[in-house]
Design a protein. Structure first.
Length: 314
């Protein structure tokens, strides 16, 4: 990519897309085409085709997706499967028809089988049943990376895919009903501190493990791969270490300054017991993370305090 090349980032208002936008700007890129959901509905094939015909972007980061935590995925598997399939098929097929030079598709580590060996290597894909709590979302993401693979194999398109581990950071979804672990716990502990509540309850036993990566780090890896990698195989993007849910909760509790107790709700699902990706391929390609978990969480909490005034005042 050259600094003046036109770059389209889908989902640029979300956590992942906004991190990509910031990181690309840091690398000197300045020619972006950006559309909000109101301006461009990516589930509408005709609108997406017209957008590519009119704008003619040269590089595409496909970061837009319908996302949510365990509760949201269990409640609406149809929407998580259907909407993600529509977004992916529309953007990827239009990118090929309008001769995009390179496209990056962002998947999710939930594509791996629930009982796969840890850490999760790229070759473990489709070797066993998926985790039931987010199966619809995972099936859609598998379809997206396979579509990129097939476009490369059949038509020679330079479409690549990456699989990030669990992400957190600026512009995350802090809604208690649909959030992932980090934003959900940040809001819970913060509100409990403000209201002087004696305890905060987390889902499950607290013993499940999660690998977490600061979204700006993920974006840095994506830009690095866009500039340095071209291949049919997708690439894991991970932190390289995982933590129990209880360890994550204790760290966020300390950062927020909450002094109450942490309780567990054993009746709530907690998803896969462990999910850490093998990032050896990415390390061999020359990229390493820089932020510690606590550093990333402190930056995220600071952003939450400064930007989520409606939530903070509730």
């Amino acid at each position: 990519m050259k600094n003046q090349d036109k770059i389209y980032i889908s989902g640029h208002k979300g956590m992942v897309g906004s991190a990509l936008h910031r990181k690309l700007q840091e690398h000197g890129y300045q020619n972006f085409v950006l559309k909000t959901h109101k301006e461009l509905d990516l589930t509408d094939q005709r609108s997406v085709e017209e957008f590519f015909r009119h704008e003619q972007p040269e590089y595409v980061f496909l970061a837009a997706a319908k996302v949510g935590g365990i509760g949201a995925n269990m409640a609406a598997p149809v929407e998580f499967l259907l909407e993600n399939l529509q977004i992916q098929c529309n953007v990827i097929s239009s990118a090929y028809r309008h001769k995009v030079k390179k496209l990056m598709f962002l998947g999710s580590s939930c594509i791996y089988p629930k009982d796969a060996l840890q850490p999760l290597k790229e070759e473990y894909l489709m070797t066993g049943p998926l985790e039931p709590t987010n199966e619809g979302y995972a099936v859609a993401k598998i379809a997206g990376l396979k579509l990129c693979e097939y476009y490369r194999r059949q038509y020679g398109a330079d479409f690549i895919s990456v699989m990030p581990c669990n992400l957190y950071g600026y512009h995350d979804n802090f809604d208690l009903e649909n959030s992932h672990i980090v934003p959900g716990l940040i809001r819970k502990f913060h509100e409990a501190k403000l209201k002087k509540q004696g305890s905060v309850t987390i889902w499950g036993s607290g013993k499940a493990y999660r690998e977490l990566l600061f979204a700006d780090e993920m974006a840095d890896a994506c830009v690095y791969l866009m500039e340095n990698y071209s291949g049919e195989d997708f690439v894991n993007i991970g932190y390289g270490k995982d933590y129990t849910v209880m360890e994550i909760a204790e760290t966020i509790k300390k950062i927020v300054g909450y002094e109450g107790k942490i309780l567990m709700d054993f009746d709530k699902p907690e998803g896969m017991q462990r999910k850490i990706v093998d990032s050896e391929k990415l390390r061999r390609l020359g990229w390493m993370p820089r932020y510690t978990l606590e550093e990333g969480l402190r930056l995220t909490y600071k952003w939450y305090i400064e930007n989520c005034s409606v939530l903070v005042s509730e």
